[in-house]
Write a protein of this length. Structure first.
Length: 259
């Protein structure tokens, strides 16, 4: 199983990065009708990179979202009404469905794997969960894979990255991984960025606020909403880019051979 279209993209990326340091998303020769998978550890990870995903979606590329865990532990008891794990999981899944519909993602492009979790509410790091993820990825054969960077204290983010490493080691097909900066990312290389304006920030903020449980939890614990938490990271990223202004989503880009 091969994907020769990915190889020229990797070559172009390597040549440009060697001379320019960080690139705009629009600087690369993207093939048409690409297969893109967002491997999201939790609901809302998709929305954290919505500007970049909109770029591909509007080109007519196939964008699919696979969510590993419903992350019931992220919902406060006071928000849930009946604070059971099942109720909280249903809240988070409904929020992601609402956001994806606002984005314009077809319902069939969204899949919840609902991986069994450990006592802390994170997906278990075991053979069965990996096999579930592996089967889903192999069925789609994505050319581009998006997920949060693994250099992060969040257990779900780290597990998704470790699963990606195992998938890459099997080398069944070439792909390019885009590891995005998150509020919890400790350190990463900045290879590619998507700049966006206040108009884009308003649109993205509306998507983030669809996650009402996370918006309220951040207001309660931090004094500002989930939307502002993500957009603060984007403002800081833009300030670090030469001639950048406004907001930016930033990625470390790796081929399957580098993961």
């Amino acid at each position: 199983m091969t994907q020769p279209r990915v190889l020229p993209l990797l070559d172009a990326l390597a040549r440009k990065l060697s001379g320019e340091g960080i690139l705009s998303l629009e600087d690369l020769p993207w093939p048409r009708q690409m297969r893109i998978l967002v491997l999201a550890p939790h609901p809302d990870d998709f929305d954290a990179i919505a500007i970049t995903l909109r770029f591909f979606h509007e080109r007519g590329d196939s964008v699919r979202l696979c969510i590993l865990s419903s992350s019931a532990s992220g919902v406060e008891d006071s928000f849930a009404g009946r604070p059971s794990a099942a109720v909280k999981a249903a809240i988070r899944e409904s929020e992601q469905q609402t956001s994806c519909r606002l984005f314009g993602l077809p319902d069939e492009a969204l899949v919840f794997l609902r991986l069994p979790e450990d006592e802390a509410g994170d997906p278990r790091d075991d053979i069965a969960n990996y096999a579930t993820v592996r089967a889903h990825v192999r069925a789609l054969v994505p050319e581009l894979l998006f997920l949060p960077h693994g250099n992060d204290p969040n257990p779900g983010h780290r597990l998704a990255f470790q699963m990606l490493r195992r998938l890459a080691a099997e080398s069944e097909f070439p792909f390019v991984a885009f590891l995005n900066r998150d509020p919890k990312t400790l350190q990463m290389r900045s290879d590619l960025y998507s700049l966006f304006s206040e108009e884009g920030a308003r649109w993205k903020g509306a998507l983030l606020r669809c996650h009402r449980s996370q918006q309220q939890r951040n207001l309660n614990t931090r004094g500002y909403g989930f939307d502002e938490r993500i957009l603060r990271v984007n403002r800081q990223a833009a300030a670090e880019i030469p001639r950048g202004n406004g907001y930016a989503e930033v990625f470390e880009v790796r081929s399957h051979l580098e993961i």
